[in-house]
Design a protein around this ligand. Structure first.
Ligand code: SAH
Ligand code: SF4
Length: 498
């Protein structure tokens, strides 16, 4: 989500006449887009304040802007104290105002917009249509600086309406606001025409898409059921299933999906409807992979977390998905050491992971976030114990991940090549868990390029990282690869020459 937001801000700045500086030291403007999901993420930015102040001392025209989830209205005084080098703070919903607030807007750059604000609970956010409208304007004027020419992010819903007691997102990003259906399909069409091979629909809870939009007769056939959490009237509104079908229906002259790979992230179990499962199974472009955070394998911990589902509910959904889409890869998020988590409760999570056999688990130690409901519970699992539980979890998951990957040995997979590997001195695989979300650190990983070749990597439809050798011209191509090596976090293979 932050990467997508950064692409939009960078595009607005470029459209307003700014140019990219070669280094931070050479810049007159530094925009830091923050994450606040755990304390460490915020600490990293706080730790850079001294360096930024030093840069300001040597460049009087340098301005520093802080955006993203660390900027929360109720925390205004604290912000200036914690981030003394910052000149301008923008909440996530204020990011479209960046250019105007810096006084950079010009006649050539009609993309800036200052939005009206509303208060929801104790959180100040832009009015409902503000982010959608500014996004649509930015897309229409070409002012989204997409970081890749292969895969594109496509935000479909902003904010979060859920009640997870540990989580700061509902406070930093406000309530759920869906973008209008036709605007999303239009952006997908533009992405297809620009030649992108993959689109990821983005939102804190993509499968709740549409519930806040006005009912329309053309969506009269939709009566999505919500089986957990707060009951809503969901009839006659578009949902994620409808959106997936509409994007999948964008076809080339040969009748194949105009965007070969469609993904979505993240899914909350609340709105994982049968309609969505049916659409996933029916649409050829929809990739066979799902990220479905469970957070804990213990029902009492889930209750204290405010997740409003049980492990039984979760497993019922997962079984249905696995039956509908055979071979689908499944990943999850787990928090260890949440308030009051006993050893027995933690062990129940381990048994849950062993039973489900996820392809990948992103695990994190609980980090208390200011203002969240869980601050009223005692953060009573000691740090060392959280770390031990994290390691115990990884020790369970690593062999499972390895086995899941070994199942691909000898098979042919379609790889969307997206990275030229940097040279490394030794073969090395990514660590699991915290921070290993994506193949950011691309190494050659045991791939031995021949003449005219380089070490490349890409993803299967199931989102498995694959290393291979080939010409640079394969970047952005779908290549068939026979898997000949499997590690716990990545596969390696040789292109199948037809
Ligand atoms: N909307 C998504 C998750 C967004 S946050 C969902 O509900 O699944 C991404 C992940 O960060 C969460 O799944 C959770 O595992 C983790 N997380 C959120 N708040 C946290 C906290 N206070 N401490 C540790 N991990 C946290
Ligand atoms: Fe946070 Fe829960 Fe919303 Fe995910 S669903 S963003 S974990 S409150």
């Amino acid at each position: 989500m932050n990467r997508s937001d950064s692409e939009e801000m960078a595009g607005r700045l470029l459209a307003a006449g700014a140019t990219e500086a070669p280094t931070m030291e050479a810049a007159d403007l530094v925009v830091i887009n923050t994450c606040a999901i755990r304390e460490l993420a915020e600490q990293k930015v706080i730790g850079r304040q001294g360096y930024l102040n030093a840069l300001k001392a040597s460049n009087a025209s340098l301005r520093v802007v802080l955006t993203g989830c660390a900027v929360r209205e109720r925390d205004r005084e604290g912000l200036e104290r914690r981030f003394p080098a910052v000149d301008l703070f923008l909440r996530p919903d204020e990011e479209p105002e960046l250019v105007d607030r810096l006084g950079l807007a010009s006649a050539q750059a009609p993309v800036g917009a200052v939005g009206a604000t509303t208060i929801v609970g104790r959180t100040a956010v832009g009015v409902a249509d503000h982010l959608s409208a500014t996004r649509a304007a930015a897309v229409a004027s070409g002012a989204v600086q997409r970081g890749s020419a292969i895969s594109a992010w496509l935000p479909i819903i902003y904010g979060c309406d859920k009640t997870c007691t540990y989580c700061i997102v509902p406070f930093s990003r406000g309530p759920e606001r869906s973008r209008p259906f036709d605007e999303i399909v239009a952006e997908a069409r533009a992405i297809a025409e620009a030649g992108f091979r993959e689109v990821t629909l983005l939102g804190q809870n993509v499968n709740s898409y549409g519930h806040d939009l006005a009912p329309e007769p053309r969506f009269g056939h939709i009566a999505t059921e919500r089986w957990a959490g707060r009951r809503l009237d969901l009839g006659s509104r578009p949902d994620l299933a409808e959106l997936i079908r509409a994007i999948d229906a964008l076809r080339t002259a040969d009748g194949v999906p105009a965007i070969p790979r469609l993904r979505f992230i993240t899914s909350h179990p609340w709105d994982l409807s049968d309609r969505l499962i049916e659409a996933m199974a029916a649409c050829p472009s929809l990739c066979e992979s799902l990220h479905l955070p469970v957070q804990s394998g213990d029902d009492e911990v889930l209750r204290r977390m405010g997740r409003q589902y049980t492990t039984g509910h979760y497993l019922e959904r997962l079984e249905k998905i696995r039956a509908a889409i055979p071979g689908i890869t499944v990943s999850t998020d787990v928090i260890v050491g949440f308030c009051g988590e006993t050893e027995a409760q933690f062990e129940r999570t381990l048994r849950f992971l062993a039973a489900v056999r996820y392809d990948q688990v992103f695990a994190a130690a609980y980090s208390e976030r200011p203002g969240t409901p869980a601050t009223r519970l005692a953060d009573d699992v000691p740090t060392a114990e959280k770390r031990r539980r994290l390691n115990a979890l990884l020790a369970i998951q690593e062999p499972i991940g390895l086995e899941r990957n070994q199942a691909w040995l000898g098979r042919d997979v379609e790889v969307l090549v997206d990275t030229i590997a940097r040279e490394r001195s030794h073969d090395h695989e990514e660590p699991a868990g915290d921070g290993a979300a994506e193949g950011e650190v691309a190494g050659s990983r045991g791939v031995h390029p021949g003449p005219g070749e380089v070490a490349l990597s890409g993803r299967t439809r199931g989102n498995k990282l694959v290393h291979l050798a080939g010409p640079t011209a394969w970047l952005g191509e779908l290549v068939t690869v026979r898997v000949d090596h499997a590690g716990p976090y990545a596969l390696r293979g040789r292109p199948v020459v037809s």
